[in-house]
Design a protein around this ligand. Structure first.
Ligand SMILES: Cc1ncc(COP(=O)(O)O)c(C=O)c1O
Length: 408
């Protein structure tokens, strides 16, 4: 166990002996790039020519009028290439892998966004690519599996455990142990052993850097509050990082699933169901039972359906620097519908959790204030889940017809 990478006792690197040299190599390479201003320049250049950066901040005029309170702005991470903030982390790690001279990348994915982003990066840089994905997520995010495979990645459905994100992470670590000389594990969120939480947050900090300046340009002042959904915590840490030293309230929104009393949720930082433990190589709040067995989690949003949470967010919660809330599946579907109809935006189900909380609070805020919501991704990938939630008969007829065509 290493002593580095602790955030008030959270974090660390609880890794098997066999991986210590690989982690040391990664940490060294990362510290090198952090100290090299040319690297950040190269990263920004890559993201602006390949992934639409800087992503804009959009004034949500109609929603602002509708709620009649604080002015609502939206940071448009959905406009990244591959449709989510995941591209920031993945392209950054891609540049790092190139520098380290490795030829193969592996990744875990929940919603599939990180998998698609990693497969895209691998295609661009010419790396071999394997993606681990829980069988449950393969079934609910099939379109992303289709694209990962077309991009040249091998997608391995994970049939262990509850067959979702945490199980995919376990499999990815097993692969890494076997192939560490040639392979880099592109962890998709600000979790896992050190240096991943720090490294992923570093690449995602591009969101906050841009957003702070954009809010000053657009509104002449900083927002009173910034909202972001929290799965592992990478988009939240990315946008929050721009406002950490400002008088801005930071609000992280977790998956409330069927309600915090239902046991069917993925809320680690604002429910009583989580406790501090060590799993998957790091120490944080986990949804676990008294014996340390991971509990089943639930969310309508595959990308938030995870038992652990970034150790950096765990520290920020304990320090009172970030407020945590939860949004239920039902609230998410309602907020998505409103955002579609009022603004013509299709936020991912994950991102919509942040919209729910912002919509609850905006009406009671003053019209002189503004708020910023991080739209971490676009919702096109959610078409099957959302169509089911809306009970759309036209869509159901289309799917039935397609299924019949395949049977014919
Ligand atoms: C669009 C989108 N937003 C948010 C998340 C949650 O991840 P994180 O908390 O690391 O930002 C995911 C994860 O897959 C995602 O696809």
């Amino acid at each position: 166990m290493k002593q580095r990478g602790y955030y008030s006792g959270f974090g660390g690197a609880f890794i098997p002996e066999i991986l210590v040299a690989t982690f040391d190599e990664l940490e060294e390479a990362f510290q090198d790039v952090k100290d090299d201003p040319d690297f950040w320049q190269a990263y920004v250049q890559l993201m602006s020519s390949y992934s639409c950066r800087p992503t804009p901040v959009t004034f949500a005029e109609n929603l602002t009028r509708f709620f009649n309170g604080a002015r609502i702005y939206i940071k448009r991470e959905d406009l990244n290439h591959t449709g989510a903030h995941k591209a920031n982390n993945v392209m950054g790690q891609g540049l790092l892998v190139k520098r380290m001279g490795k030829k193969r990348v592996i990744a875990e994915t929940g919603a599939g966004q990180h998998g698609v982003a990693t497969a895209t990066m691998a295609a661009r840089f010419g790396f071999e690519c394997t993606i681990y994905m829980g069988e449950v997520d393969v079934a609910r995010q099939r379109p992303n599996v289709f694209w990962m495979e077309r991009l040249g990645a091998e997608v391995i459905p994970v049939r262990e455990g509850t067959r979702i994100l945490k199980d995919a992470i376990n499999e990815a670590f097993r692969d890494w142990v076997k192939h560490m000389d040639t392979t880099h594990y592109v962890l998709g969120t600000a979790c896992g052993p050190h240096p991943f939480p720090e490294m992923v947050s570093y690449f995602q900090s591009i969101i906050g850097k841009e957003a702070r300046k954009q809010m000053l340009d657009a509104d002449g002042r900083l927002p009173s509050r910034v909202y972001a959904c929290v799965g592992g915590g990478s988009n939240a840490l990315g946008v929050f990082s721009g406002f950490m030293n400002d008088p801005v309230e930071l609000v992280g929104v977790e998956a409330g699933g069927r309600g915090l009393d239902s046991g069917a949720h993925a809320s680690r930082l604002c429910s009583d169901d989580a406790s501090v433990g060590v799993a998957q190589g790091y120490k944080t709040y986990f949804l676990q039972d008294n014996d340390g067995q991971m509990k089943e989690t639930h969310s309508v949003a595959a990308g938030l359906d995870y038992v652990g949470v970034s150790p950096i967010l765990a520290q920020l919660k304990e320090a009172g620097q970030v407020r945590f809330e939860a949004a239920t599946d039902e609230e998410v579907v309602t907020a998505l519908s409103l955002t579609l109809q009022k603004e013509g935006l299709i936020p991912a189900l994950e991102s919509t959790h942040a919209f729910v909380q912002a919509f609850k609070e905006a009406p009671s805020m003053s019209k002189q204030e503004s708020i910023l919501i991080n739209q971490s991704g676009r919702g096109d990938k959610d078409i099957f889940t959302v169509a089911d939630a809306f009970g759309d008969p036209g869509w159901q007829a289309f799917i039935k017809k397609k299924a019949e065509e395949y049977h014919a």
